[in-house]
Design a binder for this molecule. Structure first.
Ligand code: SF4
Length: 336
């Protein structure tokens, strides 16, 4: 029994999974995603023992060819359904709460639907999937109904996002949209987000671009105005949609209200990435990549390599770099 299991909880929280933070206790319901943090004298001694979330790039393969994607889509995955279940079952037993599949397009991985059901039946993990949505027809959604906690659909211009949102909303699926905010999309910010809400989307995550294409980075001169527009939009739509920023924005959206949860990047600590070639990375943009094969390897590397896992990614856009890596792209240098 772990020390977090000994903390007394009110009856309404007792059925939830427990996860020790440093000095506090997080409790979590895998079906609804409901999370609560208990913080007091009785939790002061607790220490984080394992990562809370594993992001799993189960495959690099994809059925789309987006220009901004830097993955080698021809590189075969080193995972099978059995080996993925084994490592995730052991991580679940060790205390990990969630697995978030991405890639690549998870639904092109052979046996992915079986993998979802086995994780549902054989682990306590909450399973989410980030997908381009192109395979989410009614037949597939029927087959995986009950096998996932959340779907996240990436917004592209050519993946029939409206049709996918209508299908997901009509069946009451738990889902959100990942929306990459680029200079080309900034003028359409309000129109596109309001359209998503009208279609039935209640959760939008605004992503910052990480990579070498300088045309996809918002110029520092536009940050303040963009932050102001995002904040206004969030206030205007607050009763209809949860609008969130991804962690890589750092302080580039400094004027956005706290309800967005802008905080220090927890890559390599709160969450880690397992890649399709069996490496552990702090995040999917990071060049630190350490070989792993088993859950024990994951936990050993996570404990022993804290410093490397907490380092900045070299790819431009990383909020851990003092200038977001912009000097390399010859964008105006900024201090975060
Ligand atoms: S390490 Fe950098 S690139 Fe990776 S998630 Fe954190 S801020 Fe983003």
């Amino acid at each position: 029994m772990e020390s977090e299991d000994l903390v007394e909880l009110p009856a309404c929280l007792r059925g939830m999974r427990r996860y020790a933070l440093d000095g506090a206790l997080l409790v979590f319901d895998r079906k609804t995603g409901v999370t609560a943090i208990c913080d007091g004298e009785e939790t002061r001694h607790l220490r984080r023992r394992v990562p809370r979330v594993v992001q799993f790039a189960i495959t690099n393969a994809c059925n789309l060819g987006c220009g901004f994607c830097s993955r080698d889509v021809d590189e075969p995955s080193a995972w099978t359904v059995d080996s993925a279940v084994e490592i995730l079952r052991d991580l679940s037993r060790a205390g990990v709460l969630e697995v978030a599949f991405g890639g690549g397009e998870p639904f092109v991985f052979r046996g992915f639907e079986e993998l979802l059901w086995r994780l549902q039946d054989e682990t306590e993990l909450a399973v989410s999937v980030t997908t381009n949505g192109t395979r989410l027809d009614d037949a597939l959604l029927d087959r995986i109904d009950g096998a996932y906690a959340q779907l996240r659909v990436s917004a592209y211009d050519d993946n029939d996002l409206p049709g996918t949102i209508r299908r997901l909303a009509a069946r009451g699926a738990r889902f959100g949209i990942n929306w990459l905010l680029t200079p080309a999309r900034l003028p359409r910010l309000e129109d596109e987000l309001i359209a998503l809400v009208e279609l039935g989307c209640r959760d939008v995550l605004l992503l910052a671009y990480n990579g070498d294409d300088r045309s996809l980075h918002l110029a520092p001169a536009s940050w303040a105005a963009a932050a102001d527009r995002v904040a206004r939009l969030a206030r205007a739509l607050s009763s209809r949609v949860e609008l969130k920023l991804d962690i890589c924005w750092g302080h580039r959206m400094a004027g956005v209200p706290q309800l967005f949860g802008v905080e220090a990047c927890a890559a390599g600590s709160d969450f880690v990435v397992i890649s399709s070639d069996r490496e552990l990375r702090p995040c999917s943009f990071h060049d630190v990549a350490l070989p792993i094969a088993t859950a024990a390897d994951v936990l050993r590397v996570w404990s022993a390599e804290r410093e490397r896992l907490a380092s900045p990614a070299s790819r431009p856009g990383c909020a851990r770099s003092t200038d977001y890596g912009y000097a390399r792209l010859r964008l105006p240098v900024v201090r975060s």
